[in-house]
Every structure is written in C-alpha cells, then in structure tokens.
Design a protein around this ligand. Structure first.
Ligand SMILES: NC(=O)C1=CN([C@@H]2O[C@H](COP(=O)(O)OP(=O)(O)OC[C@H]3O[C@@H](n4cnc5c(N)ncnc54)[C@H](OP(=O)(O)O)[C@@H]3O)[C@@H](O)[C@H]2O)C=CC1
Ligand SMILES: CC(=O)C(=O)O
Ligand SMILES: [Mg+2]
Length: 762
C-alpha cells in the first residue's frame, strides 16, 4: 500500500530551491477579486467610491464582513522560534513555511492567507503586535512558536480577540491525533479510561495532545510524560507550569522503563528514540503514534517487523495512517469563518475530532479509492484516519465545526440548511480540483515503466527526474545516449535511469526482434526487410516497438517533432482497441473549477456522424477512468435546431448515440456556453443532460476542438493535459510541440494510470 520515492537529496534540495525561486517568487500572491479594467471600475474600487463602504463600516462595524475580504482572510503568524523540527531559525527564515501554510489553506479550503513573520521574541510585545493587526483578519493561525511561550501567547490572544484563533502546532495536532486515538482504541478493543499512555515529548504539540485526550476520558494518572531529560516525575525540578501538570508520582526515570506494560505510545519528540525492545515491552495490540517529522520515533517498517499486532500511525505520507494537521486546520477555519465565530472553543475542537474519526469508519467513495489505487480502504489497522485527498473532509469537518460554533453560542452568523452549506463548500472547491494530485497519488501506488522520447531536451529530462524522484513512474530515456549524457551533465540532472539508444550495440538483440515484428506488420503495406532494418534504428519506430513487445509499459513521444510524423509509426505498430475503427484524442482542461474534456482535438479532421459517435464513446470510457461521471455535450453552433449541415451531422450522431447507448448521458447539438450553464440547460427539459452542466465536449470537427483548447492553453487560464490518445491497445501519447515539464509529467501520469487499468483488467 505504501510507495517509496527515489529522491536524490541533492537533486531534491535543488528542486526545492528552484520551486521557490521560479517567477513569481515564493508561493502566494494577491489577485484582485473585482473588475478593474475601466475608469469607472477604478473609481468604485478606490477614490471616490471606496469612501462609501468605509463610512458604512464606521457606522456599523459588523458590515466589514460585507464590504471587505476580512471574512475569508486568515493571518498565519510566526516569530520563527520553533519552525518545524528546525528550531529557532528566526522570523524571516520561517517565511517559506508560513507561505506554505497559506498555500494549503487556499487549496484545501479556499481561504486567503497573509503570512506575517514578526521579529519579536518577547511574548508580551508579540501579543501587542498581533492585537494591533488583528482587525485586518477574519481569523489567526499561530504557527511554529516555541513552547512554553506559545501557551501564554495563545491564551492571552484568545482572551483579547474575538475572532477564530488557534496555535496549530498545539491544537491541529491534538485534534487529528485524538481522532486517530479514538479509532485505534476501538480496533485494539481498549478503553480510553483504562489505558496506560506514554507521551514522549513535552512541548507545544505533546502538551496540547495529552490535554485533549484527557478531555476525551484518558486518566491523568495513567500518563507518563517524558521530555529530553526523561520521565517528568516528582524528582524533577525547575519545570514549566505545563510540565508540572504532568508530574507523575513514580520513581521511573527512563523512557525504556516507562513504556514497559503501556498500551499507547505517543511520540512528539524526535526521530528514532524508540527501540524494538521498548516496543516489545508494551501490552498486546500496542498503539504507537510516532509523529516526529521527518523521522518518526520508530520507523513504520521496523515497528511492524518487531510485532505484527502494533497499531501504528506516523506523520509521514508514505505509510498508512498519516497523522498530519493538514487534515484539520483548513476545515476548522473554514467552518469557523463561515459562521463568523468569535473564537475556536473546545466544542468546536471536539466536533472536529469526532467528524474526522467518524469519517474513517464510513464507506470510502470510489474516487478516494481510485486516488490511492488500492482495492479497498476499509476501517481497520491500515486505515483508521481519513486520507488527505478525501474531499469529504471539507464537508464533514467544516460543517461539524460550524454547527458546534452555532450551538455553543459563539457564532455571529447561523446556517439554516446544512445540506445546502455542504453543497456550497463542494462548489467552492470545484469538487474535483484535486484531480492532478489524485492522479499522481494513484500512479505512485503502482508505478509503471514509461519511456520518454526526445530525451536530449531539458524539459523531457526534467520531467523524467520528477517522475523518478516522486515515484510516479520508472522512466527510461529514448535517444542518443552520448548526447543525453552530455545534456544531463550540462543541466546538472543527476539521474540513474535506463537510457535506450536504438543504434547502440547493447540494443542489437532488440533491434533484431523489433525488425521481425515490424516487417511482419508492414510487409503487405510496402515495407521490405531492408527498410524495416533501417527503421528500427529510428527512435520513432523503436519506441512503439518496445511498447508492443512489452519492454516498456507506456510511451511518451513527440516533444520536438510534428504531431502527425510521430503519430504515423505509432499507428503502424500499436494495435487498436477491440471494436475501434478510428482513434481520437482528448484534452483535459483543469481550471479553478471542475475539469472539462475536449475531443477530438488532434486526429479526425472532418468526422462523419458515425465518427462522432465513436469519439463520444471513447471519450466516455476515458473520462470514466478518471473517476468522473461523463456528461457529454455534442457541440454545434445551434441549440437543438439541426439547420446547418454541421448541426445536422451532430444531430444525427446524437440520435445514433441515444439509440445505441441509451444509458449514456449525452445530448446536443448544443452550444458550449449553454451546455455549461444550468440555467440555460433548463430551457431544454427534454435534454438528457438535465440541468447539470456537461463536462465532456465532442466538437463537430478538428479545427474547432483544436483551436478552442489552443486558445485556453495560450491564455494560460487553465492547465491543459493531453492530447490523450484514445482507442489504442497500449498507453502511448504524443506530446504537443514544446510541452512544459508539467505537461510531460501529467501525460506520463495518464500513461501510468492507463497501464494500471489494463493490468487490472487482465
Ligand atoms: N505529525 C504532526 O502532525 C506533527 C508533528 N510534530 C512533531 O512533534 C515534534 C515536536 O514538535 P513541537 O511540540 O512543536 O516542538 P517543541 O519544541 O515545542 O517540543 C519538543 C519536545 O520534544 C522533547 N524532546 C526532544 N528530544 C527528546 C528526546 N530524545 N526524548 C524525549 N523528548 C524529547 C523536548 O524536550 P524538552 O522540553 O526537554 O526540550 C520538547 O518537550 C517534532 O518532531 C514535530 O515534527 C509537531 C506538530 C505536528
Ligand atoms: C506540521 C507542523 O505544523 C510542524 O511540523 O510544525
Ligand atoms: Mg508548525
């Protein structure tokens, strides 16, 4: 179930720097949310128009939520004194982490963030600064502030401010780990009121987690807490007030002795401090949360090798049961902001705990299972906490938090209809916006061998590096070996992956096998043996022949060559899928909202009605493979009129589709703007599309499809993935000329998923 990456530290570190340095530098930017192109717009946005909302807010302060972005703006504030596991690296150096948190708030809950790094270690002065800037924000997320100051700072600010405020390292971690604890206790068949727990670490995270577990029923006297000096017992001196709360009446001094006979181990300290012997000394079905990042207190594999009955979570994404505060903070703030809560109270935190815990016990939707490419995800030892890509988190956690705020009396706004609220949340997130991440995650769970043509090119090499290091695929490079090596040297890309040079001596055997195949395939189409011998030395033939022979699982070609010239050898070598007469190509368009698909963008210049039927059918199969229900609009420039020749052709295709595939959600001919708009669709109640907008568009001819996606690509308003070739028996895709690194990675990811799907079908 887990996957491993092949990260070369040096490459990875450079990639991290490049990622942050790429223009625009950093990770977040400010984008105006109102029209601003005309003089009139500017006079409304700024002087004189802006004075009107200013005075409204002056007269009625609560209207600041109506006239400004405050209600959806969170400050991520740090003084840089406890940055991740890096310690006190200072305010400025903490900025990448705070920007990163801003990015997560945005992508998981559509919350805007200003990151604020304050160069002030004195807690009282820090509090004054935060208080001073608080009017700007709808909420405040305190981050990476060291204990014990963090406790005082948070407490004081909570007393002074009346907006949602939370120190995430304390409460985010506490909420997620408490949800995991509830569920793991159920699996172990143990009762929270009876278990003996060892908490290793006594910092911000450990103290907050243990306090929350106590509010869930854990007995304080059943806890042994350790810091860097050992067990916090009655012999210890000079303890902070938070540690004093956990003084145990025992002579036990070491972690080794503390864990003997314990039921639960919570690690919030540092890596590799728990030994197999310690784990062996715990009771049956021991619960071990080794949460230190990046290295857990005991490695997942070592723990499972040590005892089969261990119930284990770590902070890492590459093992089952990742306890990570990203499962909490975006959704907790979303719920709190949506009801304009005056704070984040215990009721809201507990609501989040139970929502997360309960979610892990619900049947997992197909989209999430597909995202992780597993047979099933079912509540148990390997799955007792939801996965980060589970898009039910926003609906379940945010609405539970909002409800708790309303019921506990700290909400300024109420929500009447929670079903409607949950729908609004899904629309806000564009329902499928995590598609690329889900696709990559699926690919990583069972990576396939993908061969990349034109491997001398920087973009192709860079894409190969990402595919390899991220564990999305096992890439190989096809081209001139000597030149590829020179280019790798030149670009500083250090990659230990196969380089396949068709004219190399080591390919002699393959050339022979491939020549025989090619000649057999083409001998009645004008190809003699001599020609076949010559062609197999060309990469345009060699790649498809590798694929046909099963020497690779997928092929990506065409970076620097004209589409049709690269496609020809592919079609000569790779068979079509059963029942397919003509192949077609589809583009996936990923905007801020839902993904949409265009076909046929690259192959059939002037399709007949019958061709359109086949294109629609292939599009349906392909869209389904991304776990999206295809709703197909057969496009024309009229709506259900069939007047022009083109419209008549499309109308004929629709009637064949309705007859042949009655269950398919397809209709037309229809204009794209109508097919994308629920209100417009309601004018056509007879349509099979109903009033739910279409997501798959079959164009009447190649020009219209190709030009439409090229305009979108040129405007850079959406990410474009493709062309995805449809109708071939094996995964091969031809890139657009000069594709970007991301475009190559994405298309290779599609090829991995296709290869997985075909393997599963066998
Ligand atoms: N998975 C997740 O979601 C999260 C994980 N974490 C992880 O938890 C750890 C602590 O974070 P945080 O609480 O914010 O940091 P703090 O700096 O506030 O606390 C660190 C604590 O660890 C203790 N410690 C250090 N070394 C040892 C040791 N060998 N044995 C026992 N205790 C030790 C320190 O002891 P002393 O008091 O004596 O200095 C201190 O109490 C980090 O590794 C972090 O990555 C944190 C938040 C979320
Ligand atoms: C996860 C997190 O917030 C931290 O490590 O600081
Ligand atoms: Mg943190």
């Amino acid at each position: 179930m887990s996957s491993k990456t092949h990260r070369d530290e040096k490459n990875f570190n450079q990639a991290a720097l490049d990622y942050h340095k790429a223009e625009p530098k950093g990770k977040i930017e400010v984008i105006p949310s109102k029209p601003h192109s005309s003089q009139r717009d500017l006079s409304l946005a700024y002087s004189p128009g802006v004075a009107v909302p200013c005075m409204e807010i002056h007269d009625k302060p609560e209207t600041v939520y109506d006239y400004t972005g405050k209600g959806n703006l969170v400050a991520v504030i740090s003084n840089g004194t406890a940055v991740l596991g890096l310690g006190d690296i200072g305010a400025e150096a903490s900025k990448p982490v705070m920007e990163g948190k801003g990015l997560l708030f945005k992508i998981f809950a559509d919350i805007n963030v200003f990151d604020i790094e304050i160069d002030e270690k004195d807690p009282d002065k820090f509090i004054q600064i935060v208080k001073g800037i608080a009017p700007t924000f709808g909420g405040i997320n305190l981050e990476d502030i060291k204990a014990p100051e963090a406790f005082y700072i948070e407490q004081k600010l909570k007393e002074e401010l009346d907006i949602p405020l939370m120190h995430d390292d304390q409460h985010g971690t506490a909420i997620i780990s408490a949800a995991a604890l509830i569920n793991s206790l159920q699996i172990a068949g143990k009762n929270i009121g009876e278990v003996k727990m060892v908490v290793n670490g006594a910092g911000a995270a450990a103290i907050a987690c243990t306090n929350l577990y106590i509010s869930l029923g854990l007995k304080r006297e059943n806890v042994l807490m350790c810091d860097s000096k050992g067990v916090i017992n009655h012999k210890r001196e000079n303890l902070t007030p938070e540690k004093i709360d956990f003084i145990a009446n025992t002579d036990i001094e070491t972690l080794e002795d503390a864990v003997k006979g314990s039921d639960v181990f919570i690690g919030l300290s540092k890596g590799n401090v728990m030994t197999p012997e310690m784990l062996s000394s715990m009771t049956e079905n021991p619960i071990v949360f080794a949460l230190a990042n990046p290295d857990p207190e005991i490695a997942y594999d070592l723990a499972l090798e040590t005892r089969k009955d261990v119930i284990m979570a770590t902070g890492r994404s590459d093992y089952p049961n990742q306890v990570n505060n990203v499962l909490g903070f975006p959704y907790i703030f979303r719920g709190a902001l949506d009801v304009q809560a005056k704070g984040i109270n215990e009721e809201m935190k507990l609501a989040a705990v139970h929502a997360i815990a309960d979610l892990a016990k619900e049947p997992v939707p197909e989209a999430v299972i597909l995202a992780y490419n597993v047979q099933n995800l079912q509540f148990g030892r390997e799955y007792f906490i939801p996965k980060p890509f589970d898009n039910r988190l926003i609906t379940k956690v945010s609405s539970a938090v909002a409800k708790a705020a309303i019921e506990s009396g700290i909400a300024r706004k109420t929500i009447e209809d929670f079903e409607e609220y949950e729908n609004q949340l899904l629309d806000r997130m564009g329902r499928d916006e995590k598609l690329v991440r889900m696709m990559q995650s699926r690919a990583k769970s069972n990576p396939k061998r993908i061969t990349l043509g034109n491997a001398e090119e920087y973009n192709v090499l860079k894409a190969a590096q990402i595919l390899y290091e991220e564990g999305i695929a096992f890439p190989s490079l096809l081209g001139d070996k000597k030149y590829i090596k020179e280019q790798m040297e030149r670009f500083g890309i250090n990659l230990d992956i196969p380089i396949i040079d068709p004219s190399d001596d080591d390919q002699k055997e393959n050339r022979k096998r491939y020549r025989e195949t090619l000649w057999k395939l083409r001998q009645r189409k004008g190809m003699n043996e001599y020609k076949a011998k010559r062609y197999v030395r060309q990469r345009d033939y060699f790649g498809p022949l590798m694929l046909r022979h099963g020497d690779t699982d997928g092929l990506i070609v065409g970076f620097s060559k004209n589409y049709t010239s690269v496609l020809r050898p592919v079609l000569e070598v790779i068979e079509k899928d059963k029942g397919v007469d003509k192949i077609a190509a589809m583009m996936m368009i990923l905007s801020e909202k839902k993904p949409i698909f265009f076909a046929d963008t690259s192959i059939n210049q002037n399709p007949t009605a019958e061709d359109l039927v086949n294109i629609a059918k292939m599009a349906e199969i392909t869209v389904k493979s991304f776990a999206i229900e295809p709703r197909i609009a057969m496009l024309g420039f009229e709506n259900f009129a069939a007047i022009s020749d083109t419209s008549k052709k499309v109308a004929k295709a629709v009637s064949i589709l309705h007859e042949k595939y009655p269950k398919m959600i397809v209709d037309g001919e229809i204009q794209p703007d109508f097919a994308m708009n629920a209100d417009h669709l309601s004018d056509y109640p007879f349509s099979k599309l109903g009033t739910t907008p279409a997501n798959t568009f079959v164009f009447p001819n190649l020009e219209s499809a190709n030009l439409s996606y090229k305009i979108i690509r040129g405007m850079k308003v959406a990410q474009v993935i493709g062309p995805i070739l449809m109708g071939l028996k094996q995964p091969v895709h031809v890139l657009q000329m000069r594709s970007s690194v991301d475009e190559i990675v994405n298309l290779a990811t599609v090829a991995v998923l296709d290869a997985q799907r075909r393997e599963n079908k066998k």
